[in-house]
Design a protein around this ligand. Sequence first.
Ligand code: FAD
Ligand code: PYC
Length: 414
Amino acid sequence: MRQYSAFAVAREALRYHRGWERAWGNPVPRTHYDTLIIGGGGHGLATAYYLAKNHGITDVGVLEKGWLGGGNTGRNTTIIRSNYLQPPSAAIYELSRGLYEELSQQLNFNIMFSPRGVLMLAQTEHEHRAWMRTAHANRLAGIESELVGPERIRELCPIINIEGPRYPVLGGLWQARGGSARHDAVAWGYARAAADLGVDIVQKCEVTAIDRREGRVAGVRTTRGTITCNRLCIVVAGHSGVLAEMAGFRLPIESVALQALVSEPIKPCLDIVVMANTVHGYMSQSDKGEMVIGGGADGFNNYTQRGSFQHVEETVRALVETFPIISRLKMLRQWGGIVDMTGDRSPIISRTPVENLFVNCGWGTGGFKAIPGSGWATASLIANGADDVAGPFSLDRFAVGRMIDESVAAAVAH
Ligand code: FAD
Ligand code: PYC
């Protein structure tokens, strides 16, 4: 693979950009791989990349039923932070945030990481206490975050209505090194770097059945033929329950729509990410000037990738209350993704009842920020059979009651 660089851009400019090669290939799927990954979202692609990069396992196929990043990875609002409460979460999200800082250089692909800072407002006494507890826990875990008061919030975000008609802003949890990145660039960057190391990325290839032999995984049947494998990892977010059923076991996952919308572009007015969880809305401004807006998840299970109308209304009402200057904006577009929710709002990275079949899911409303760390830990679990970071997120926690409760840190109403 040729390096992307300023020189490459200059060279191509001189020859009408005719010399760029494909970022990744379009291989016909082979009939056997050592390791198969189902799902070409950020987590599946990052897992493939770190299998090759960290463990030298390159006989890997990634099977994606649609296009890369066409699931939640390309539908999310790109918030990156690591200010979670419990030690296992702090470990994986901070690993991830740290990897994001270097990812453009590591992948030689500009993922437009923008550490602009993430502010989570406290608009009730209860929320204020919760963030105070999180700030203490973060300090113990070595994560930089701080509790800030209304004056500092006014400086960080002049457009905020501090007095608030219903919920005045009492303070907030500020993570200065949080931020955002370009979501589909993360998928494309991992895909390109993994393909360069020998991984086959196969799009338009839906897995329709999972074959087992004597309790072990044997392979998959797909819309492009049968493929055998030694190891299989299911990384399909909202469709995890469907794939687990194909393999003969059940997951403690519910699939619900989470939606987002963007406004028409306006001049720069917000240079941080703000989450107002009491009123159920959050907002940032994209490089194009659009206000990127989201709220809580839908209240019923479904697979529609749309979201319900009343949620748009509720979210916008909450944000107009918090940022009155957006009241005259027009909505440009709206979309939804199907998120995979666990009861404790923490992910599952685990072996399964089927030998050599692994699962990575349950990221719910918050897995974009986790892509690098999750891929790193999942690759290590697959390669070595165990991993310290992934360990606490194993499936058996639901059987023995070792929950990792992140319902507050998840920060999106469910
Ligand atoms: P996906 O990106 O969904 O990838 C799974 C892939 O599996 C899909 O491409 C799908 O086509 C494929 N697949 C499914 N079934 C099959 C099959 N049978 N065969 C082959 N392929 C199959 N997280 C944050 O950290 N910050 C945010 O600000 C944030 N905002 C969000 C806003 C919205 C509106 C949504 C919907 C989500 C948000 N999230 C956020 C959550 C985040 O997007 C997800 O947790 C993350 O993208 C999950 O990545 P993934 O790779 O696991 O899943
Ligand atoms: O996990 O920070 C998050 C998040 C914000 C919006 C959706 N998820």
